[in-house]
Design a protein around this ligand. Sequence first.
Ligand code: ZN
Length: 340
Amino acid sequence: MIRVKRQPRLPPSGLTTTACLEQIEAATKLYRLRRNWSLKTSLTKYNNPTVKTALEAMFHGKCAYCESIYTRVGPMDVEHYRPKGGVVIEGSVEAPGYYWLAASWDNLLPSCRDCNRNRRHLLLDGSKEVAGKKNQFPISNTGPRRRWHTAKRWKAGIEKEENPLLLNPCNDFPEKHLMFDDAGNVLPTQSRTGRESVKGKETIRVCALFRPNLIQARRDMNKRHRSQVDAAADALGEFDAQPAQNAARTNYADELRSLTKMRDDEAEYALMARQLIDPALGTFAKGIRRHRAQLDIRMTNGARNLIDRFVVAYASPPEPPTAGELAARLRAIETRWRRR
Ligand SMILES: [Zn+2]
């Protein structure tokens, strides 16, 4: 998951149609005024092409949670960050959910089916586990749950009083909560005092980000990232040796361009890519500074902008976790899963 800016700021036209608003009104009458929690009401009109198109453009055809490119395998689910029909509380689904947000633009995200639905996954140890978000929306017990409301206390935006434990790419900075190892596993980040990110941990659990096919896909991608870092390092070595040579310079610029593409918003598993590639770009930025004169004179504008971006953004790269730290945390996570 990477942070994504919600755009356009105004809702797509499909969320403000009469049909859409009437459905929300009917649900509000049923649940808020009549206090009838057991009846179901239809909340479907949010799901229309204007919404899908906007979400697809905003997330570049990637799932908001796992960053897989779903457009390769099938249509997206228009996912409600706060579930509309019911919500899991202490292990069981209780109705209604956050029905008043069923057509709220800020509550909608594109999701792949494996993250959004409850599906059976075959784990690496041969066991099976049913996982996926569906009606889950964990919140911190340090704040209230605003699933339903009394007429007296209800007000627009009441849900904002909650402290969600599920990461939202439009509100949170996922890089502060999720990290990856070379085997494709995702882990919650840890503070200096050893405390795991609860948001990271809950997001991994709720969206089943531990599912084996996803781990495998990330592992394969990690190999490509590593070989591209190596290719750029080799190209820098050649350029260092022969800075006046056109071929060496062009090759270095090409390899850097390929490397940055892997960590851009459009790229699959971009958060994992950034964890590996961004520190490496710090080293490359030093190489770029050494050869600034040649690069500036002969590069295209696009490439020069790219180089400027490296130098500014990656001059002091963050320290990646050590292999030992990652291994210890993986062991802890495995133990926890076995206990469940
Ligand atoms: Zn997904």
